[in-house]
Design a protein. Structure first.
Length: 429
């Protein structure tokens, strides 16, 4: 058998194994999510969903190209343990200097939305505090994942993810068995799981040695990439939060709950995104700087992901009665909204996959294009859609996701153009 053929077979096997294990993890997560939807009334589920959305948004903003910078530089210094430790030492410092203010602002914003969704001020303080203490280990664990990706240690991440999914399911089941399921109980359980995930990643990567290492002198490179990526990231998150805010202020907790419940089925993309982040992106980061090779990798990844999106949307439409039945009788009859959310999440996750791939190479130029595109989209939605029903919110969601995909394609085109302009020199190992 030819070496190239053996290499392709090995790559396919790695992807299939990684996808299978991630699928098991996401099935557990999906079960937890469905149980939560059915266990909480719509008002409390809306409050729970607000906190989860804020945690996810703050995690994205707190990254803003930091992980991508580590991935891009780490691909070049791979094999030099001292240089890698120094790189992560700098990354941790930048992450928390940049991230702590974001945690504070996120908690304040979550309190506003929680109050709008019917929670008392004491409840707002409690849930916002849980969100803050969840974000601290989450930010560290997100950075440590880059270490495992650069080392191609996907199996370790899989074991941790499976364990975390099992623990979350146990938390839900215990709460249901004891009759104490509530948003605060579930969020506190999530905090404990996040802390355990952080500990597992910390010990496995020997992160203590990273923090003791002398930080690299390239802090300016981190901050430069943050400045390039942050505008797009802020507008991307603001676009998502605008949807949540509009549903909270112009609608009611019922719409927020329905929007969040219908989003549960987007968990199918988590498996594919894990493959992109843990398998494809590291190889893209370490690939030779050859235009034809990079273009082939990008085109292959985009085409494969696009086909998955098409199959996903068609499957959601075909099985919509069954899927809505899983959520319970309170969500029956939302077929149109469900399909629209499937389309929106398909576009959004395709954009996210392209974002991970482009950032793995340090292709962050033209990120600013997202800003005018998102402003135009929000302007159209605000003046055309009444945004007082779940159908209106679903239409807005699809429109909001489109600028992100256009921006990622522009970034990839710019990155490939820069490679062409450089004359395709070989990268150093």
């Amino acid at each position: 058998m030819k070496p190239n053929t053996r290499g392709r077979i090995h790559s396919i096997r790695v992807v299939v194994e990684h996808g299978a294990i991630q699928s098991a993890s996401q099935v557990l997560g999906f079960l937890s999510g469905v149980l939560i939807v059915r266990a909480l009334d719509k008002t409390e589920y809306a409050q729970y969903s607000v906190v989860i959305a804020i945690i996810a948004a703050a995690s994205v903003i707190a990254d803003s190209g930091i992980n991508a910078t580590v991935m891009a530089i780490g691909g070049r210094v791979h094999g030099d343990s001292a240089a890698t430790a120094s790189l992560f030492s700098r990354a941790f410092r930048v992450r928390y200097v940049f991230g702590i203010p974001i945690v504070v602002l996120s908690c304040a914003w979550s309190s506003v939305l929680l109050a709008q969704n019917g929670l008392s001020w004491q409840g707002c303080v409690l849930l916002a505090s849980i969100a803050a203490f969840t974000l601290l280990p989450t930010m560290a664990a997100g950075l440590l994942r880059v270490h495992y990706r650069l080392e191609l240690r996907a199996r370790y991440m899989q074991v941790v993810d499976i364990g975390a999914a099992l623990l979350r399911l146990v938390v839900v089941l215990v709460g249901m068995a004891l009759g104490v399921v509530s948003s605060s109980f579930l969020l506190f359980g999530g905090l404990l799981v996040s802390a355990l995930v952080f500990v597992a990643f910390w010990r496995g990567a020997r992160a203590g040695e990273m923090l003791r290492a002398r930080p690299t002198e390239n802090a300016s490179e981190f901050w430069a990439n943050i400045r390039r990526v942050l505008p797009m990231t802020v507008f991307l998150v603001a676009s998502e939060q605008a949807l949540l805010a509009i549903a909270s202020f112009r609608g009611d907790p019922t719409i927020v709950a329905e929007m969040s419940a219908l989003s549960r089925f987007a968990v199918a993309f988590v498996v594919l995104n894990a493959i992109v982040s843990d398998i494809i992106a590291p190889r893209f980061s370490r690939a030779p700087n050859q235009l034809s090779h990079l273009r082939k990798m990008v085109l292959g990844a985009f085409s494969a992901y696009f086909m998955v999106v098409v199959v996903f949307v068609f499957s959601v439409w075909l099985f919509s009665p069954l899927l809505l039945g899983l959520l319970g009788p309170g969500y029956a009859g939302l077929v149109f909204s469900l399909v629209l959310f499937a389309v929106g999440y398909g576009v959004a996750n395709l954009a996210q996959a392209m974002n991970v791939i482009s950032q793995a190479r340090g292709w962050v130029h033209w990120s600013w294009t997202y800003i005018p595109l998102s402003i135009v989209t929000l302007f159209l939605c605000a003046f055309v859609l009444p945004l007082r029903s779940i159908d209106d919110v679903a239409v807005m969601f699809v429109l909001q996701c489109s600028p992100a995909l256009v921006t990622q394609l522009a970034r990839i085109a710019a990155g490939l153009s820069r490679v062409r302009a450089q004359g395709s020199p070989r990268r150093t190992a």
